[in-house]
Ligand binder design. Structure first.
Ligand SMILES: Cc1cc2nc3c(=O)[nH]c(=O)nc-3n(C[C@H](O)[C@H](O)[C@H](O)COP(=O)(O)OP(=O)(O)OC[C@H]3O[C@@H](n4cnc5c(N)ncnc54)[C@H](O)[C@@H]3O)c2cc1C
Ligand SMILES: NC(=O)c1ccc[n+]([C@@H]2O[C@H](COP(=O)([O-])OP(=O)(O)OC[C@H]3O[C@@H](n4cnc5c(N)ncnc54)[C@H](O)[C@@H]3O)[C@@H](O)[C@H]2O)c1
Length: 195
């Protein structure tokens, strides 16, 4: 049986420290994105971001939370546009490159422009191009809400996962023969030969 531990460490008490908070938050497994934009000087910028979520379907909204000290955020704020690149499990190196301060995070990155010219990093699972809709205070972060404008194609690959401060991969859910048959039926483009 797994042993449970219970600690009461209210914020402000001597026992509460950021390491404890990170350890607790690290139990929540997320995907990894890289949020990019193109600066007014034409240079691409971006940062690794796990605080991303789909927010609303109608209208189609997403959110992400950059640190207030983020230099990438300053550029996104200026341009009012960003692109969310959802990483595949082949892109740990991409996450590492964009997850640490650096002056040229795009040095070894291949990308193509989205319809609005924003960086779409190659081999991601998909991407979403957005306009900044609103910005709310979130402690030492901003909570940025964006309106989705254009969606990229979806690549059939596994996601990159971030869990307990490290990377994980997962298998695709197994497709049962019955599900495969249903999928074939629903996507059949031939004539109605069975009638
Ligand atoms: C898997 C993963 C998920 C992450 N999720 C998030 C997230 O959800 N939100 C988030 O905000 N961050 C997140 N990060 C961290 C973020 O990607 C990094 O902090 C990244 O460097 C931010 O890039 P930036 O361009 O936004 O900011 P940067 O300009 O790189 O600045 C980041 C910090 O470094 C300082 N800094 C900048 N340049 C230097 C320098 N030359 N010397 C010393 N310090 C410097 C800045 O003042 C700032 O405090 C994540 C990282 C990883 C690996
Ligand atoms: N939201 C964020 O700003 C965020 C999220 C993840 C990682 N990071 C940064 O990326 C680097 C690598 O992280 P790690 O491997 O040491 O993992 P870690 O053990 O620091 O992170 C574990 C968990 O704590 C939370 N967290 C960490 N830093 C945070 C921050 N500044 N603000 C809010 N939540 C935070 C996240 O939920 C993360 O999954 C660190 O510098 C970390 O600060 C930042």
């Amino acid at each position: 049986m797994t042993q449970r531990t219970s600690t009461r460490t209210p914020y402000g008490s001597a026992e509460f420290d950021s390491r404890q908070f990170r350890t607790a938050m690290g139990q929540f497994c997320t995907g990894v994105t890289v949020i990019t934009t193109l600066g007014p000087d034409g240079g691409p910028v971006g940062f690794a971001c796990q605080s991303f979520a789909a927010l609303s379907l109608d209208p189609p909204l997403v959110l992400f939370c950059p640190m207030k000290t983020s230099r990438s955020w300053k550029v996104i704020e200026e341009t009012g546009k960003f692109c969310v690149n959802i990483l595949s499990n082949r892109q740990q190196d991409v996450s590492a490159a964009f997850g640490a301060p650096g002056d040229d995070k795009f040095a070894n990155i291949t990308w193509d422009p989205s319809p609005a010219g924003l960086p779409v990093i190659r081999h991601g699972l998909t991407w979403v191009e957005c306009d900044v809709e609103s910005v709310t205070d979130g402690g030492d972060h901003h909570i940025v809400i964006g309106r989705a404008l254009t969606l990229g194609e979806v690549l059939q690959d596994k996601p990159l996962l971030f869990y307990r401060g490290g990377y994980l991969s997962t298998e695709h859910p197994r497709v049962t023969p019955a599900q495969a048959e249903l999928e074939n039926f629903l996507t059949w483009t031939g004539g109605d030969t069975w009638l």
